[in-house]
Write a protein that binds this ligand. Structure first.
Ligand SMILES: [Zn+2]
Ligand SMILES: [Zn+2]
Length: 401
């Protein structure tokens, strides 16, 4: 039973949620207004462009930069990227990153924000957006982003960028532009993004044993500009590219690469060779539900020879299996630690430079003190000498000049 403040908060929350759900629904219904505005070629082109630009901003900005820090940008670019990503109407930058980081920490366990394995397709696709548990941003998870007041401001006013974009599109391109160009692309971009939370933890192949149900899916990778290589991403989150091989198209990464050539972004991080090579099913990647493991693949390669003695073979398989599991666990830990280390590194380097600044200031002051005392010592010595000279000149005979 909730009473007093809690009840008040709950009723406030129910109101907010209903409002949010209504807005979500209205966005979908408004798309039907195309019946009256018509679907012009110009409006379709705007729809395509807005989908592409905003999907890029969500994957390259919200996901690969703000959630995982897989490359660097200067502060102005960082602000512009956050504002652009917010035009997708997926709430604020801090909210997005904090929930996504939570997802990786609890991927497919009961605490996961949006696990289809735990709570089914609809909850992981949209239901979690209306769940009071996920309404607020966990500030502790996004300390590195909250250091920038302009990002905090953007996060608070996340409603502004999509509103400005919508009004601008209507102003320049009229009603068809607004309905087909803006609303259609917003809704498409939503569901495109949401497939990564729902479908890419269900449909596709598992190249790496990541301890969750993340999958690689070529169709989702196409829709989401590379995010569909989601098993790769859960295997190694610190990488700016999610397609690990040349045939794993990753449009967001290609754009980032091009941006790095002209200096808009820098230090794109890529997975090390051994991380890419660390595959569970080298020979049978697509065979995700065969019920066998790499150990049995290995065992079968030397089969007929003499391992027919069941017991021995089973033991070997077991050893192989636990070795594989151990190494997978280890590599998963390592990539988690690496991610944490990068975040720590940013903090530490800032602290270090602060210390250095303090130290060098103190050192300068010290040097000035020393110089000052040297100067006065020098002056005193000069005066002494003068006095001695004077007394020498005065005593024996009168001054000569
Ligand atoms: Zn991620
Ligand atoms: Zn995931």
């Amino acid at each position: 039973m909730s009473t007093g403040k809690a009840a008040e908060r709950d009723s406030q929350w129910v109101w907010n949620r209903n409002l949010y759900m209504a807005r979500f629904l209205v966005f979908h219904l408004i798309c039907l207004a195309a019946i009256w505005t018509g679907v012009t070629l110009e409006a379709l082109a705007i729809c395509g462009i807005l989908y592409a630009v905003r999907m890029f901003a969500v994957t390259a900005g919200y996901h690969r930069y703000f959630s995982h820090r897989t490359y660097k940008m200067n502060r102005v670019m960082q602000f512009l990227m956050a504002a652009l990503a917010e035009t997708s109407a997926q709430k604020g930058v801090l909210w997005w990153a904090s929930h996504h980081r939570h997802h990786h920490k609890h991927s497919d366990d009961p605490e996961d924000v949006h696990s289809p394995v735990q709570k089914g397709f609809w909850y992981s696709h949209v239901g979690w957006l209306f769940d009071p548990d996920w309404a607020d941003t966990d500030d502790k998870r996004v300390k590195d982003l909250a250091r920038y007041p302009e990002l905090v401001w953007l996060d608070r006013w996340h409603i502004l960028p999509p509103t400005i974009l919508g009004v601008g599109i209507w102003w320049f391109f009229g009603w068809a532009g607004l309905i087909v160009g803006f609303f259609w692309s917003t809704v498409l971009c939503w569901h495109g993004t949401f497939t990564i939370n729902s479908l890419s933890h269900v449909i596709g192949s598992k190249r790496y044993e990541t301890g969750d149900e993340s999958r690689n899916n070529w169709l989702l990778a196409l829709i989401t500009f590379g995010e569909g290589w989601h098993n790769n991403h859960h295997h190694y989150q610190a990488s700016a590219n999610q397609g690990f091989y040349w045939w794993e198209y990753d449009i967001s990464y290609y754009v980032l690469k091009a941006m790095s050539w002209v200096g808009l972004v820098k230090d794109l991080r890529n997975p090390p060779e051994h991380v890419i090579a660390d595959q569970r099913h080298p020979a049978a990647q697509e065979d995700t539900d065969s019920g066998t493991d790499s150990a049995s693949d290995e065992a079968s390669s030397g089969d007929a020879a003499g391992w027919s003695a069941g017991a021995v073979s089973e033991t070997v398989q077991e050893i192989g299996l636990s070795a594989t599991q151990a190494s997978e666990q280890a590599s998963r830990r390592v990539s988690e630690i690496k991610l944490a280390a990068t975040e720590r590194y940013d903090d530490l380097s800032e602290k270090a430079s602060q210390h250095y600044a303090d130290f060098s200031q103190a050192a300068t002051r010290r040097v000035e003190d020393i110089r000052e005392s040297a100067r006065s010592a020098h002056e005193q010595a000069g005066e002494q000498v003068e006095r001695i000279v004077d007394s020498l000149q005065n005593d024996p005979k009168p001054a000569t000049d």
